[in-house]
Design a protein. Structure first.
Lengths: 546, 434
C-alpha cells in the first residue's frame, strides 16, 4: 500500500468499473476482528461477516476472533479460500499462554491505573488509554510483572477512588465492594492480554481493519492502528454500550457490577469510535447512539445490512402460521412473544406460532422460563419451539406473517428476510426496525404484547392487506437492502480507505425482473392507514407520547 | 423541544421500570428506547437534564457458592488408607525383590507420580466439571503410559516403578471420583495377598491394571465438559512443583528399604492425615474469601475484614495439619515404644513429614493463587538444600528424615513472603492472578 495514512473520510473513491482494474493488480488484505461471533457462533453479526467475507472475494481476509470463557468452540462457519483465522483470543480462559518473564526494568506499574482513568472515567479522552495498550503490545513479557507489582495495585485503587469520586450527582457511582474491585482488576488484566495479542504484520499486514463490535474487538484494532497507522472501519450492528446496559439490567447485576460493566463498555466503545476512520452503523438509529457517545459525526456512514432476495414469492399457507426467527434471548423478549401468541390464539384458535432459533449458551435459564411460561399460558402445539434453522426462506415460505418482539436490534436480518420473502412483518419499534419497515409492516412499542397481538390479528383478518404489505416490503428490500448493495458499499469504502477496491462476488439478482414483478403493487395499494405509521400504531396500542 | 418537566418524567419512567434509581442518563435512554419505544435521539434529549441527587448506600451482595462435597473428604481418607496399605507392601517387596530394587523404584516413582498428579489437577480438575474435562482428553492415558514406559528401562526396579506410577496416578483419579475408600481397601487387600505369599510380579501389575482401568472407566461415566483444559505450560509447571515435593522426600539418603522400610511409609500417614484435614479447611478459602470481600466496602487504602478471614483460615489450616499429624503420630509412637521400631528415628521421621506436609500446603496454596513461579522456586531451592546437606554429610550422620525436614523448612521459608502477601492483601492476591 502506497500510503498507510487514511484518507479523509469525505474523499470519494471511483466506483466499481475503474476499481475492478485495480483489483487485478493487488488484493486488499483486511483484518476482521470479531467478538463472540464469527466464525464461532451463529447470529446476525456472524451472518453479516459470512456474507462480506464471501461476497468481497477480491479481498484477502484475516479473522481475529475474540471469545470468552475457555469453552470448546468448533468453527460454525466454513472460511472461504480468501479467508483464514489469523488469531483467537479467548478471554477468561485457563489456556492463557504463560510468557517468559522479561526484565523487570521499565515496568509500567501504573498500567491498571491508566486503564481505570482512560476507560472508566466519564470525562476521559477516548484515546487516553491508547498509549498504555500499545505498551502491552510492545512489552507482552512485562505485563504480568507490571500488573503484579505492589505499586500497580496501589495506583489502581487510587485511580478507581478518583474515578468514583469524580462522578457527579447525575451519575451516582455505587459504593463498590472489594470483590467488584478484584473482578475489575482481573478484567483489566485481560484487556492488557487482548492488547498484547499479535496482529498480522510484514507480508500479512492488513491494509484495513474492520471491527465488528465497539468493544473488546476494538482493542487489537486500536493497537494495530496506533502502531502501523492502518485505517479502521467500525461496522457496528447492535450498539455495544446499549447492549451492555441491557445485559446488566436483565442480568440483575448489583449496582457495582452494573457500574463496572457499563462504564467499561462505554470506555471501550469510545476507544473504538476514536480510532475508527469510518463508523459504519447498520441503521441510522444506531448513529444517534454513536454520536451521543462521542463518535465524530463526519465519520459516521450508515451502511445497511443486505439480504439475498428469493426469486419468487411463495403462496401464503392455507392455515395461518406466524413465524419468528431469532435466538432465545432476553433481548428478543420471547416472553412478550409468548404472551402475544396467547392473546392471538384466544381470538383465533386456529393460528399457530412457529419459533425458529437456538438457545445460546448462558441463556438456558431464560429458555426454561420461556418454556414454563409456554405451559402456563396453555399454548401447547399452538406455539412451537422448533430450534435453529439454516434456511430462513424455507421457513418463511410456510409463514403467513413474521413477528419480531425484540427490545434491542440493529438492522435485523430476520426482518429483511421476511420482507424479501414477501411476508408482512409485525415488529417492535427498536433500533433500525422502523427504518427497515418504513410503511411495509406494523411496529409496536417494545414489551406491548397486546399491540403485537393486535397487529397479528389485524393482518390475519385482512389477507389482502397482509399480501400488499408483504409485497411492498419485498420491493423495499430489492431497492434498498439487497445483498449486492451492501457489498458494493463496503467495496467502495475499502477502496476509499486503502486505494484498492476489491471485487464483489454476489449471487446474481436481476433487479429489473424483480422490480417489474412488483409493478402490480401500485394498483394494489394498501388501504388507507393500514401501513404502519408508527405514531398511529402506537396511538392505537395505547402508547402515545407528546 | 423537551421541557425539564418531560426530562424529570422520563427519569422517573426509567426508575419505575428498573424499580431502582437509574444509574446514569445512558441507562435512562436505554430504558426509554427498549421499554418505552422512544427513538434514541428523542431519548437522549429526554434524559439530558441533570439528575437529582440520590442516596448512595452500600448494599452487600450475597455470593452463592457450591458447598464442599463431603464424599471428597472420604475419598481423601481412602487415599490415606491406600498409602498405609502401600506401607505394608514395603517389607514384603523388600524381602522378595531386594532393598535396592525397591529403593530405586520408590525414588523414581514418587516424584514422577506426584508430577503427573499435580499436572492433571491443574490442567483438568480445577473446576466442578473437572472429571468431564479429563474425560475429553484421552491423551492423558498416553502420558501415564509414557511415564510408566520411561521407568521400565531403569535397573533395578524399573518395572516396579512403572507399576507404582500406575497405581498412584490411577488412585489419585479414583480418589477424585469419590471412590478413595474402595481404592484404599483394594490396596490393603493387595498387601494381604502379598503377605500370603503371592508373587509381587503378579500382584503389582494386576493392581496397576485395576487402578488404571477403574480410573478410566470412572472418568468415562462423567458427562464431557464444554470447557477447555487449563494451559499446558501451567500444567507442566504444576507438575514440576509436584515433582519437587516428591524430590524433597526421595533425596533423603537414609530412605533405605531394609527390614524397616515400612517405617518410612507409615510415618508419612500422620502428616498426610493432617494435610488432608488442613487442605480441606483451606479449600473453604474459595467460598469464604469472596463472601468476605463482598461485605467489605471499597476504600482506596484497602484493609478490612477479609484480612482477618484469610489469616484465620490459614492459621486454622496450619493448626489442622499440626494437630492431625500429632494425633496420627500417637499410635505410631506407641507402637515404636513397644519395641517394634526405633523411637528416635520414628520421632525424626514424623517431624520431617509434618514439615513436608506444611510445605506441601504452602506451595499448593501459592500454585492455586497463580504464584507458581514462587512455588516452583521454593521447591527447587528445597531440593537443592537436600542435595547440599547430602554433600555436607556424606557419612549420613544426621538423623533419618533430616534432609526431608531441612528441605521442607526451606520450602516453607521461601514461600513465606508470598503467603504473607496473601494474608495481608487477599484482595490483591485474588485479583492479580494474571
Amino acid at each position: 500500500m502506497a500510503d498507510r495514512h487514511p484518507p479523509s473520510p469525505g474523499v470519494a473513491w471511483p466506483p466499481s468499473p475503474t476499481g475492478a482494474a485495480a483489483s487485478t493488480v493487488r488484493r486488499p488484505r483486511i483484518l476482521l476482528t470479531t467478538e463472540g461471533t464469527y466464525p464461532f457462533a451463529h447470529g446476525g453479526v456472524s451472518t453479516w461477516c459470512d456474507i462480506v467475507v464471501n461476497g468481497l472475494s477480491g479481498a484477502d481476509w484475516d479473522v481475529l476472533a475474540i471469545t470468552a470463557g475457555g469453552i470448546r468452540r468448533p468453527l460454525v462457519f466454513d472460511l472461504p479460500v480468501n479467508a483464514r483465522l489469523a488469531g483467537h483470543i479467548d478471554l477468561w480462559s485457563e489456556q492463557v499462554t504463560t510468557r517468559r518473564p522479561g526484565r523487570r526494568a521499565n515496568l509500567r506499574t501504573g498500567l491498571a491505573a491508566e486503564f481505570v482513568r482512560g476507560l472508566l472515567h466519564w470525562d476521559a479522552e477516548p484515546l487516553m488509554v491508547l498509549d498504555a495498550l500499545v505498551w502491552c503490545r510492545t512489552n507482552p513479557e512485562k505485563i504480568r510483572a507490571a500488573l503484579r507489582h505492589p505499586d500497580a495495585w496501589k495506583a489502581f485503587r487510587i485511580a478507581l477512588a478518583d474515578v468514583l469520586a469524580a462522578d457527579d450527582d447525575e451519575r451516582v457511582a455505587p459504593l463498590l465492594d472489594e470483590q467488584h474491585v478484584c473482578d475489575l482488576f482481573q478484567t483489566l488484566c485481560w484487556i492488557a492480554q487482548a492488547a498484547a495479542a499479535p496482529t498480522p504484520t510484514g507480508q500479512q499486514a492488513p491494509d484495513l481493519i474492520i471491527v465488528t463490535a465497539a468493544g473488546w474487538a476494538g482493542i487489537p484494532a486500536a493497537v494495530h492502528h496506533a502502531v502501523h497507522g492502518t485505517p479502521v472501519v467500525l461496522s457496528e450492528h447492535g450498539v455495544y454500550v446499549r447492549e451492555a446496559y441491557l445485559a446488566a439490567i436483565r442480568g440483575g447485576e448489583s449496582a457495582g457490577e452494573r457500574w463496572v460493566h457499563t462504564r467499561l463498555a462505554r470506555g471501550l466503545a469510545r476507544l473504538s469510535y476514536g480510532v475508527a476512520d469510518i463508523v459504519a452503523p447498520v441503521t441510522s438509529a444506531n448513529a444517534e447512539w454513536e454520536r451521543a457517545l462521542g463518535a465524530d459525526p463526519t465519520r459516521i456512514r450508515t451502511i445497511h445490512n443486505g439480504v439475498l432476495v428469493p426469486p419468487k414469492v411463495a403462496p401464503m399457507p392455507v392455515d395461518p402460521v406466524v413465524v419468528t426467527v431469532g435466538r432465545i434471548d432476553p433481548l428478543k423478549d420471547v416472553k412478550t412473544l409468548l404472551r402475544a401468541a396467547a392473546s392471538v390464539v384466544e381470538q383465533m384458535p386456529h393460528v399457530r406460532f412457529d419459533h425458529y432459533g437456538p438457545t445460546p449458551e448462558g441463556n438456558e435459564r431464560y429458555a426454561a422460563e420461556c418454556r414454563a411460561l409456554h405451559v402456563d399460558l396453555g399454548l401447547r402445539d399452538r406455539f412451537r419451539f422448533l430450534g435453529p434453522t439454516d434456511d430462513p426462506y424455507a421457513v418463511l415460505e410456510n409463514a403467513s406473517i413474521s413477528v419480531l418482539s425484540s427490545i434491542s436490534e440493529g438492522f435485523p436480518i430476520s426482518v429483511l428476510e421476511a420482507m424479501a420473502a414477501g411476508r408482512p412483518v409485525v415488529a417492535t419499534a427498536v433500533g433500525g426496525v422502523p427504518e427497515a419497515l418504513s410503511g411495509c409492516g406494523f411496529t409496536v412499542r417494545p414489551g406491548d404484547y397486546e399491540a403485537l397481538a393486535a397487529g397479528v390479528v389485524r393482518l390475519l383478518e385482512d389477507p389482502v392487506l397482509a399480501a400488499s404489505l408483504g409485497l411492498r416490503g419485498r420491493q423495499r428490500v430489492v431497492q434498498s437492502f439487497g445483498q449486492e448493495g451492501c457489498l458494493t458499499a463496503y467495496a467502495d469504502l475499502i477502496g476509499e480507505l486503502t486505494g484498492i477496491r476489491p471485487a464483489v462476488t454476489a449471487p446474481g439478482i436481476d433487479l429489473d425482473r424483480q422490480l417489474s414483478g412488483l409493478d402490480a403493487l401500485d394498483e394494489a395499494e394498501p388501504e388507507s392507514g393500514s401501513t404502519t405509521d408508527r405514531a398511529g400504531w402506537r396511538s392505537r396500542s395505547g402508547h402515545e407520547r407528546s | 423541544m423537551t421541557t425539564p418537566a418531560d426530562a424529570t418524567l422520563d427519569w422517573d419512567f426509567a426508575d419505575r421500570h428498573l424499580q431502582r434509581p437509574t444509574q446514569d442518563r445512558l441507562e435512562a435512554a436505554v430504558v426509554l428506547e427498549a421499554w418505552g419505544g422512544i427513538a434514541p435521539g428523542e431519548a437522549f434529549g429526554l434524559t439530558s437534564a441533570v439528575r437529582r441527587p440520590q442516596n448512595n448506600v452500600f448494599a452487600p451482595r450475597v455470593v452463592r457458592s457450591d458447598p464442599l462435597d463431603p464424599s471428597l473428604a472420604l475419598g481423601d481418607l481412602g487415599f490415606v488408607a491406600g498409602v498405609l496399605g502401600m506401607g505394608f507392601y514395603l517389607s514384603t517387596l523388600t524381602n522378595d525383590l531386594g532393598a535396592r530394587t525397591v529403593d530405586m523404584a520408590w525414588r523414581l516413582a514418587l516424584p514422577l507420580s506426584l508430577a503427573i498428579q499435580w499436572a492433571i489437577r491443574r490442567r483438568y480438575l480445577s473446576g466442578s466439571d473437572g472429571l468431564g474435562r479429563l474425560r475429553n482428553d484421552p491423551r492423558v492415558l498416553g502420558v501415564i503410559a509414557a511415564a510408566m514406559a520411561l521407568c521400565v528401562p531403569f535397573r533395578p526396579g524399573g518395572w516396579l516403578a512403572a507399576c507404582l506410577v500406575g497405581i498412584w496416578v490411577g488412585g489419585f483419579v479414583i480418589t477424585r471420583l469419590g471412590w478413595g475408600l474402595v481404592f484404599g481397601g483394594a490396596l490393603l487387600a493387595g498387601a494381604g495377598v502379598l503377605r500370603a505369599g503371592a508373587s509381587p510380579r503378579l500382584v503389582l501389575p494386576v493392581l496397576t491394571v485395576l487402578a488404571l482401568t477403574t480410573a478410566a472407566a470412572g472418568v468415562r461415566r462423567h458427562r464431557p465438559s464444554d470447557r477447555l483444559p487449563g494451559g499446558r505450560e501451567r500444567a507442566i509447571v504444576a507438575g514440576l512443583i509436584g515433582a519437587g515435593i516428591g524430590g524433597v522426600l526421595v533425596l533423603e539418603p537414609r530412605f533405605l528399604w531394609d527390614g524397616r522400610a515400612a517405617l518410612v511409609a507409615i510415618t508419612v500417614v500422620p502428616a498426610l492425615l493432617g494435610s488432608v484435614w488442613g487442605g480441606w479447611h483451606m479449600g473453604k478459602l474459595w467460598r469464604v474469601l469472596p463472601n468476605a470481600l463482598v461485605k467489605q466496602p471499597f476504600s482506596w487504602s484497602g484493609g478490612g475484614s477479609s484480612i482477618t478471614v484469610v489469616r484465620a483460615l490459614l492459621v486454622g489450616a496450619l493448626g489442622r495439619v499440626v494437630v492431625g499429624a500429632s494425633l496420627g503420630s500417637i499410635p505410631i509412637l506407641a507402637w515404636a515404644a513397644s519395641g517394634a521400631g526405633p523411637v528416635d528415628d520414628v520421632w525424626a521421621l514424623l517431624i520431617a513429614h509434618l514439615c513436608l506436609g506444611v510445605a506441601g500446603l504452602a506451595v499448593s496454596l501459592l500454585e492455586a493463587f497463580d504464584r507458581w513461579g514462587t512455588a516452583l522456586l521454593a521447591v527447587g531451592v528445597g531440593c537443592l538444600a537436600c542435595v547440599v546437606v547430602n554433600l555436607l554429610d556424606p557419612a549420613h550422620d544426621l538423623v533419618p528424615g533430616s534432609r526431608i525436614g531441612i528441605g521442607a523448612l526451606v520450602v516453607i521459608v521461601m514461600s513465606g513472603q508470598a503467603l504473607l502477601m496473601l494474608v495481608t492483601s487477599p484482595a490483591r492476591t485474588l485479583a492479580a492472578r494474571v
